[in-house]
Design a protein around this ligand. Structure first.
Ligand SMILES: Nc1ncnc2c1ncn2[C@@H]1O[C@H](COP(=O)(O)OP(=O)(O)OP(=O)(O)O)[C@@H](O)[C@H]1O
Length: 476
């Protein structure tokens, strides 16, 4: 990445996320990788299967955000990731090293080898502290102030969307700024694995470079460690990297959706190593944190509310994560601006009704009793989908790949992902022991189909409404 591009990219990503909404961004735009910025063209690389869709649907917003961040006159070109970009470039131009010698295959840097930029918006300053994240925040700050000394390794765990990645970036940003030249690398386990596999394939010195890159780092930040499960060779390499770093006095920070002891597929020695430093948890945000996050976001984005009750209503409804909370606010604001309606509690109620589980029952005089919707569980999603498609549960969880069964299965995985707080691996397990990537694929496929096909949209919409329909027999 050119220095300019690495400077602009995090901002472009943040603006895109804001422009299209968090879930759309995560599904379609998060996989984009910046390749080059030259002659007023920003070149991005997208997974081959998403490229046409991204170009069709998101060219406008990509061009607008790029122009806002980099400057007027910038155009955006999205290329399919059919072959490694470095290899494609090098096929056109014979590679030379700086001394003029030909560069061999294993010396060439793959795009996957380059560092992931830290997001400057994920800073300690922007992190709202509450009862459920205070300990994790304090631990992260202590590590950032004294890397390699305070707590090593630091293992942060918690459910999706509660700020684990945010704290990881905050540590990285802090060390880059105040660490007196200490080196920081942020990566995800998925990326670590891809780099490892690609280095093994390239052979020669590529593997040495892979090792050096990870083992000669002062602070290594690794996201989503739960995905390290069941990848024996990568696990082995990770173990050695881990030991080498700790021996050299480097700091290691990891995040996971579960405790080290619950990473079932990992070898005992790795689980024990993960738990050997400090383990800090983050829980679902409490109501005070939720309200503060919303207030900060409204202030930051200069959003004008027509009714002071809107934020408490959103904070009351959306309880499970800050990501969902931010998504709900964006949805409400977008709805008001698209329809030209007043941004008040009636509108917020209408937009959020059926989409989110209700938070803790509001208290106080005059609060009307209303039937609470039953909790959305994977089991309920499966039962509902089986009912709607006249399938048995065994059929739904079977290996049958016919359209009669595979489409309902995708819908069920999509609903489970969108309406429960279960992780991808947990959902995969409940669907006949499938892999998390199968669930990810199902979510993407369903999202695409409901955008294209009105019948599919209506179906998913109706199922969603049924999932969140109040239970008339329950009062709490
Ligand atoms: N305490 C907080 N204060 C302000 N923003 C927060 C806080 N916690 C989370 N966020 C914001 O919520 C969003 C989701 O957070 P983040 O990506 O860190 O979650 P996560 O726990 O890593 O989720 P996942 O496990 O799905 O990766 C981000 O935009 C982040 O900035």
């Amino acid at each position: 990445m050119t220095p300019d591009l690495s400077h602009f990219w995090p901002e472009i990503q943040a603006d895109l996320q804001h422009a299209v909404g968090v879930s759309t961004y995560e599904i379609w735009l998060a996989p984009l990788q910046p390749v080059a910025l030259a002659d007023d063209v920003l070149t991005l690389r997208a997974p081959a299967e998403l490229c046409a869709w991204i170009t069709d649907r998101f060219s406008g917003v990509l061009a607008r955000v790029a122009a806002d961040v980099i400057g007027a006159g910038i155009t955006v070109s999205v290329q399919a990731d059919v072959e490694p970009v470095a290899a494609a470039r090098d096929a056109r131009r014979p590679p030379r090293s700086s001394r003029g010698a030909a560069v061999t295959d294993d010396e060439r840097e793959e795009p996957a080898d380059r560092d992931v930029a830290l997001n400057p918006k994920f800073s300690f300053d922007q992190f709202v502290i509450g009862d459920t994240n205070r300990f994790a925040h304090a631990s992260a700050l202590a590590v950032a102030e004294l890397p390699g000394h305070a707590y090593n390794p630091l293992f942060i765990y918690g459910p999706p969307g509660v700020g684990k990645t945010h704290l990881l970036h905050a540590i990285g940003g802090y060390v880059q700024r105040y660490g007196g030249g200490l080196t920081v690398r942020y990566t995800t386990v998925e990326r670590f694995t891809n780099e490892f596999v690609s280095s093994v394939k390239r052979g020669g010195r590529a593997m040495d470079r892979f090792k050096a890159r990870h083992r000669h780092t002062d602070v290594l930040l690794i996201d989503d460690i739960q995905f390290l499960q069941s990848k024996a060779k990568t696990e082995e390499e990770f173990f050695h990297t881990f030991n080498a770093l700790l021996e050299a006095g480097s700091q290691l920070v990891m995040t996971s959706d579960r405790l080290p002891g619950d990473l079932d597929a990992l070898e005992d020695r790795l689980r024990a190593r993960f738990a050997s430093g400090l383990v800090a948890d983050i829980g679902a945000p409490d109501v005070a944190t939720r309200l503060t996050v919303l207030r900060k976001r409204v202030q930051h984005d200069s959003i004008e509310l027509d009714d002071p009750g809107v934020l408490p209503l959103i904070a009351d409804r959306v309880t499970e994560s800050i990501r969902a909370l931010e998504g709900a606010l964006i949805r409400v604001v977008a709805f008001a601006s698209l329809t030209g309606r007043t941004l008040d509690t009636d509108l917020a109620d209408e937009v959020l009704r059926g989409l989110y589980r209700r938070g803790p029952a509001p208290s106080g005089p005059g609060t009307p009793l209303r039937p609470a919707p039953p909790a959305v569980t994977i089991g309920r999603v499966q039962a509902l989908v089986c009912d709607a498609f006249s399938l048995t549960r065994d059929e739904l969880l079977s290996k049958d790949r016919s359209a009669r069964v595979s489409w309902p299965r995708q819908v069920a995985m999509y609903l489970a992902r969108e309406h429960t707080s279960e992780t991808l691996p947990a959902i995969g397990r409940e669907f006949g022991g499938r892999n998390h990537t199968t669930v990810m694929h199902a979510v993407k496929a369903t999202t695409k189909r409901i955008a294209d096909d009105a019948e599919a949209y209506d179906l998913v919409h109706n199922l969603t409404a049924q999932l969140h329909a109040p239970d008339p027999d329950r009062r709490d």
